[in-house]
Design a protein around this ligand. Structure first.
Ligand code: XIL
Length: 375
């Protein structure tokens, strides 16, 4: 056993990257008036962002760049809830403890990923008995109360509900919970979260974007946010996931242009959100690259350019609180498993390359923070 393992310390990479950046992205974000910058990390082997927590080079990058952290999969029902009777906190606990040791502020993601295809099989097939509404509410409240209670004030914010608007219809998605509770499921979730995490900022998180194809999604999110306000629900922030770029794999539905028309459309959407008194956060930034050239320099330049323009636009909102990337390095990105590039090359959606070297996207983010003109 190595010394580090023997004394219970995570080993750090021998040579994570040649020269650590002068100013960390977290420091630059703070100088721009944000709470900070961070990223997800994960330890769930079956998926891709997965192994990142087990990669010492990635942990070293987080430690040098990030003041915020979120666990990519470990607080979701499929990992946390092996069955209706138990909770498996170990994986999430390791990540939270590590982030705390590194002095990071930690987000919770997510109490209710309200999509049937993201729920564990046992839940989808659950026998809700003779009083199904009662049992569905009990199960949901128990989950939220237990998970929020487990972490207490250690998490500063929670994505309470994630992705409940169906982009195709603009309406609530249908799940076992809506089958038995109707739209009240959303209200129950926020009330339970507020009771169990009284000081956390409660968030609605989704992946609506600027394309015309996303208009119904944006309208549905606005309708939801308005209804949450009317019901006096304690939701403080819209999480703008920001899986930007050109991709066609469900959560990614953008383009590389982000031209004037797109910016006008998206500004109208975000203006309506902040007019309802919601704060904003970028919660899952990465860039898809369908149709980009194989040439790495040309490709990186395109992805970095879109990132910079998008961040400049988002930073014009004084209501924007922070920026989180969905992974710091290319080779652990979840996008690697969401349909390969036509040429079979590794995708480059993140800030650092597989040699743990900073890429133009990292420079673009730093530049956007340095030149930020907050609204
Ligand atoms: C993704 C993870 O990164 C993957 O490892 C997993 O297989 C699926 O979920 N929107 C979200 C995140 O809110 O939770 C998703 O994370 C990416 C899209």
């Amino acid at each position: 056993m190595g010394l580090a393992a023997a004394i219970g310390v995570m080993p750090v990479a021998a040579k994570p990257f040649a020269s650590p950046p002068e100013d960390s992205l977290d420091r630059l974000a703070k100088a721009a008036g944000l709470i900070g910058f961070g990223s997800c990390i994960g330890s769930t082997k079956s998926t891709s962002v997965s192994g990142s927590f087990d990669d010492a080079g990635v942990r070293a990058i987080h430690q040098s760049e990030c003041g915020l952290l979120v666990s990519s999969n470990e607080m979701k029902w499929p990992v946390l809830r092996p069955d209706a009777a138990s909770f498996a906190f170990e994986r999430a606990d390791r990540i939270v403890a590590w982030g705390e040791q590194a002095g990071m502020k930690i987000r919770g993601h997510t109490l209710l990923w309200h999509r049937a295809d993201r729920m564990p099989k046992w839940l989808v097939n659950y026998d809700f008995g003779t009083r199904p509404g009662h049992e569905a509410e009990r199960l949901l409240r128990e989950h939220i109360t237990t998970v929020c209670g487990h972490y207490g004030s250690r998490l500063f914010t929670w994505d309470v509900v994630n992705e409940t608007i169906d982009p195709a219809t603009g309406k609530l998605r249908e799940t076992v919970f809506t089958r038995h509770l109707g739209p009240a499921v959303i209200e129950i979730a926020y009330h339970a979260a507020r009771a169990a995490a009284p000081s956390a900022v409660l968030v609605y998180n989704d992946y609506m974007t600027w394309t015309e194809a996303s208009a119904r999604h944006c309208d549905g999110v606005l309708e939801l946010l308005a209804s949450l306000k009317r019901a006096h629900l304690p939701v403080g922030q819209l999480g703008v996931q920001s899986h930007i770029g050109d991709g066609r794999c469900g959560e990614v539905d953008g383009d590389m242009r982000f031209d004037d028309a797109a910016q006008r459309r998206y500004r109208a959407f975000l203006d309506a959100v902040v007019a309802m008194d919601y704060r904003l956060a970028i919660t899952e930034l990465d860039v898809s690259e369908d149709g980009t050239p194989a040439d790495i320099a040309a490709r990186d330049a395109m992805l970095a350019d879109l990132t910079r323009r998008y961040l400049e636009f988002m930073l014009s909102y004084r209501q924007l609180d922070y920026v989180l990337a969905w992974g710091m390095v290319d080779h652990h990105s979840w996008l690697q498993t969401r349909g390969p590039r036509a040429d079979g090359m590794l995708k480059r959606p993140s800030l650092y390359d597989p040699n743990y070297a900073p890429k133009p996207m990292r420079t673009a983010i730093a530049q956007a923070f340095r030149t930020a003109k907050r609204g």
